[in-house]
Design a protein around this ligand. Structure first.
Ligand SMILES: *Cc1c(COP(=O)(O)O)cnc(C)c1O
Length: 377
């Protein structure tokens, strides 16, 4: 989106604003498919749960990774009325419930859809058997998350050494283990994590097969890095590694799925905010804006993500601080941004803010989340 376009939309809608460009969403999905043609992308809804995003990805051919009952229903309600190719197999083809731990009530509510759900421990097998006996199951493995922006391996995934026992245990109760899954950590710029994870999964599959159980689905999870800056190596390079390992390690008829979240949405959004206050502290210009780390910039806290603020105004730049609107000392958006001398009501914007941003915004301090506007839908 051009500066003129951003300013016009801020004029029209007011600030704070999150602008989501659906041409970029479609472009990111196309790029994923181009480089990983054998992999079906299940968009991880938690990265940005806007219904319009779900509809755009569905129309582009994507499936969905959900991690709560409300997310499951959000996807289901937004895609069930659209022309589905085959209504019958539609749930597994279109939705995986990839939160390994599910409340009993959620399992009970999901069972009628015969969902595909993940698990990573024996207690969960008992729960699934009792409350969602019609579910198909996918075992989540713990794999290295070295160097990823957000690590998930201390909370999720069984030790690879116990994987085959957990597969046999599920079959013994009458459940069918359809697949294996893993997650290499979010914004994974260390591509070796994927190589190692694929090798771990291949070894587990091989051993399961030798014990009489052929596993059909390999779910390579999320973690595909968004191009936040030039230090992130190109997706094509990661895809080449993944394709080579898949060809080397797995049978040609294996069904491969992935759960990209950030990669599909991060670069599609820009937030625009207004300067609402200004001060000079220790010789450093400080600006207060009408958004915060409890709102669109929540990724600074929850996602360990740093966003850069830019101004439309020209002029010599100085290192400046940018603070959020709330009355909390934690609410610091940046201590050092290169900004020109700004006035009250000037606009600032942050790019690449589509993942884990408005999705985790709160109403803290009485301030509502930013308005979300979809363009090029
Ligand atoms: C959050 C999450 C994802 C998406 O991860 P990204 O790093 O945003 O691609 C995928 N799968 C599961 C199970 C998740 O919890």
């Amino acid at each position: 989106m051009t500066a003129r376009h951003l300013q016009a939309l801020a004029q029209q809608h007011g600030t704070p604003l999150v602008l989501i460009d659906h041409d970029v969403l479609r472009g990111n999905y196309a790029s994923f498919k181009k480089h990983l043609p054998k992999v079906q992308a299940y968009f991880a809804v938690k990265a940005n749960a806007e219904p319009a995003i779900v509809r755009t990805f569905y129309q582009a051919g994507a499936s969905f990774d959900v991690a709560s009952l409300p997310e499951f229903m959000l996807v289901y309600e937004n895609i069930k009325h659209l022309p589905a190719k085959a209504q019958q197999d539609f749930i597994w083809d279109k939705i995986i419930y990839a939160n390994p731990t599910k409340p009993k009530a959620t399992l009970q509510a999901l069972d009628q859809y015969k969902p595909l759900v993940t698990y990573d421990n024996a207690e969960e097998i008992r729960k699934i058997k009792a409350w969602a006996p019609h579910a198909g199951v996918v075992l989540r493995l713990r794999v290295p998350n070295t160097g990823s922006q957000c690590e998930l391996s201390s909370k999720f995934g069984c030790d690879p050494g116990e994987a085959v026992d957990l597969i046999l245990a599920a079959f013994q109760t009458g459940l069918v283990v359809e697949g294996l899954s893993f997650h290499v950590g979010s914004q994974c710029t260390n591509f070796e994590n994927f190589v190692q994870a694929l090798n771990v999964a291949a070894a587990v599959m091989k051993e399961a097969k030798s014990r009489g159980h052929e596993i059909k689905i390999l779910d390579i999870g999320g973690g595909f890095p968004a191009a936040y800056d030039k230090h992130v190596r190109p997706f094509s390079e990661l895809a080449r590694k993944i394709n080579a390992e898949i060809d080397r390690l797995f049978a040609p008829d294996i069904q491969i799925i992935a759960e990209p979240g950030r990669f599909l949405v991060a670069t599609a959004a820009t937030s625009v905010a207004s300067v609402i206050g200004k001060a000079m502290r220790d010789g450093k210009p400080c600006y207060f804006i009408d958004d915060s780390v409890y709102h669109t910039f929540s990724g600074i806290i929850f996602d360990h993500c740093q966003y850069h603020l830019k101004a439309f105004r020209r002029g010599p730049k100085r290192i400046s601080a940018v603070f959020g609107q709330t009355c909390d000392g934690l609410d610091i958006i940046s201590q050092s941004e290169e900004l020109p001398d700004l006035a009250i009501d000037d606009l600032v914007y942050a790019e690449n803010i589509g993942a884990y941003s408005n999705a985790s915004a709160t109403w803290f301090n009485g301030f509502p989340p930013a308005k979300v506007v979809h363009v090029n839908v």
